[in-house]
Design a protein around this ligand. Structure first.
Ligand code: SF4
Length: 416
C-alpha cells in the first residue's frame, strides 16, 4: 500500500479478518447467485486451457432479467448447492488456476462492504461470514473505529456498494441533512453501558417515533414555508436527541423498560409465523432450517430462554451491541431520509428480533451450554439466510406488515 492509498473508517475487527478458506464452517461459496462483473466475465470467456475453459463456459452465464441490475454475468447456485469451481479441498479452482486477480469483485470483496456516506469511505463486513461474525461479536473493542488504508491505487477504484450523495446546500429533508448526527445518536445509545442492546433499540425507536411524528407535520410546513420550517424541523430533531440521550432519561430508562410487559406469545407467533411462511413458500438454507430445528423445542419455554439470554447479555453486552453497531454502519442508516426513516429502522429491528428469538430458543435448552458461540452461529446463519436470499426479508416484512406489526410502537413486542 502506498502513502496515496485511499483511507476508510472501519471497525477494529476488520484489521484481523482473514478468510478461513477450506477451514470455514459454512463457506460462502454455496447457495446464492454470484455476480460476475463485465471485465471478469470477458476474462473468463477468453480462457483457453481445459478443463477450466469448458467449466467457465458452462457455469458462468450472462445475467438476464432482474439479475442484470446486479452484474453482467452470474454463477447461479441452487439453495445449498456448492460453487462448481470449489475443489475437493473446498478451495477456489479459478483462484488456484489463474491467481487471486482473476476473481470477480463479488468473490474478491466478500464479506467486505465498502460504503460512502457523502463525506468519507466506510468499510464494514457482512456478518453472514462466520469468521467476520466471530471477530466482530466476541471482542469487546471490535467496533472501535480506526482509519485504515485500503488496498487500491486511488479512491475511484474502491468498489463502493452503498453510497449516499453529499448533502446539498439546499437539502430540505432534515434527516438527510443530519443523517450522521442521527446515526451517532443511535450509536451512543447502543454504547450506553446502562442499556442492553434491545433496550437501546427500544429507546432509539422512541426517539425516532417522536421524530417521525414531528417531521410528518414539518414536511407539510416545509412545503408551505420553506427554510424557516426546515430550521424548526432541525430544532425538533435536536430536542428529541437531547431528551433521549440526557443523563436524567438514561438513568430511569432501564427500569422503566424492564417494567414493560412483553407479550411473549404474540412475539413468538409473529416471528415464528413470518419465518415459517418464508420456509414454506421458498425453502431455506440447510443451516437456517437446522437452526429452526435446534431452537424449536426451546421456543416452548421462551421465558426461560429470555432469562438465560439476558444473563449472557449482562455478562458480555458487546455480543449483541456489536451486531447492532455493525448493522447501523453497514446500512448507512438512515440512508433514505425522513420518508423511509421508520421502515429502514424497522428492517434493522426485525433482523435483530429474529436473532434474539432464535437465541432464546437455543438458550432455553436445559441439556446444552449456551454462550458466545451460539450468538455467533445465530447471527451468521440468520444474516446468511437474509443476504443470500433476496426473498427472505420481503416475505418476513410483508408477513409482519399484514399483521400491522411493522411499527415503531410495536418494538417492545418484537425485541423485548
Ligand atoms: S464465509 Fe467468510 S471465512 Fe468462510 S469462505 Fe467465505 S469469506 Fe471465507
Amino acid at each position: 500500500m502506498s502513502k496515496y492509498s485511499p483511507q476508510a473508517q472501519a471497525p477494529r475487527y476488520l484489521q484481523d479478518f482473514q478468510c478461513q478458506g477450506s477451514a470455514c464452517v459454512d463457506t460462502c461459496c454455496a447457495g446464492w447467485m454470484v455476480n460476475i462483473d463485465k471485465p471478469t466475465y470477458q476474462k473468463y470467456q477468453a480462457v483457453k486451457s481445459e478443463p477450466l475453459a469448458s467449466a467457465l463456459r458452462q457455469h458462468v452465464r450472462k445475467a438476464s432479467g432482474a439479475a442484470r441490475n446486479l452484474g453482467y454475468g452470474v454463477i447461479e447456485l441452487k439453495l445449498d448447492q456448492a460453487c462448481p469451481f470449489l475443489d475437493s479441498a473446498k478451495l477456489c479452482g479459478i483462484q488456484s488456476a489463474m491467481g487471486p486477480e482473476a476473481l470477480s469483485r463479488t468473490c474478491n470483496d466478500y464479506p467486505r462492504i465498502y460504503s460512502h456516506d457523502g463525506a468519507q469511505i466506510g468499510l464494514n463486513a457482512s456478518l453472514s461470514c462466520p469468521e467476520a461474525a466471530r471477530l466482530a461479536l466476541t471482542q469487546a473493542d471490535a467496533m472501535d473505529m480506526l482509519n485504515i488504508s485500503l488496498p487500491f491505487a486511488n479512491a475511484s477504484l474502491v468498489p463502493i456498494g452503498r453510497r449516499v450523495a453529499p448533502v446539498a446546500a439546499d437539502e430540505t429533508d432534515p434527516v438527510r441533512r443530519h443523517a450522521s448526527l442521527l446515526r451517532e445518536a443511535l450509536q451512543r445509545l447502543i454504547r450506553e453501558p446502562s442499556l442492553s442492546a434491545a433496550q437501546a433499540l427500544m429507546v432509539g425507536g422512541m426517539m425516532l417515533r417522536r421524530l417521525v411524528k414531528t417531521l410528518g407535520g414539518a414536511e407539510l410546513a416545509i412545503a408551505q414555508q420553506g427554510q424557516d420550517a426546515v430550521a424548526l424541523a432541525e430544532q425538533a430533531m435536536a430536542q428529541a436527541i437531547q431528551h433521549y440521550l440526557s443523563p436524567a432519561f438514561l438513568a430511569r430508562a432501564p427500569a422503566e423498560l424492564r417494567a414493560l410487559p412483553v407479550p411473549r406469545a404474540a412475539q413468538s407467533a409473529l416471528l415464528m409465523g413470518a419465518t415459517e411462511q418464508f420456509v414454506t413458500q421458498h425453502g431455506g438454507r440447510a443451516s437456517f432450517k437446522a437452526l429452526m430445528q435446534d431452537a424449536g423445542p426451546g421456543l416452548q419455554s421462551v421465558e426461560l430462554g429470555a432469562e438465560r439470554l439476558a444473563a449472557l447479555d449482562a455478562a458480555q453486552p458487546h455480543l449483541l451491541k456489536n451486531y447492532l453497531l455493525n448493522s447501523l454502519m453497514a446500512d448507512l442508516f438512515p440512508r433514505h431520509g425522513a420518508a423511509a426513516l421508520e421502515e429502514d429502522f424497522m428492517a434493522i429491528a426485525v433482523r435483530f428480533a429474529l436473532i434474539q428469538f432464535y437465541l432464546k430458543g437455543l438458550a432455553a435448552r436445559a441439556d446444552q451450554a449456551f454462550g458466545a458461540d451460539d450468538v455467533v452461529r445465530v447471527v451468521y446463519v440468520v444474516a446468511r439466510n437474509i443476504e443470500h436470499n433476496r426473498r427472505f426479508m420481503p416475505t418476513v416484512l410483508k408477513a409482519l406488515r399484514d399483521q400491522d406489526a411493522l411499527r415503531l410502537e410495536l418494538l417492545v413486542t418484537l425485541v423485548g
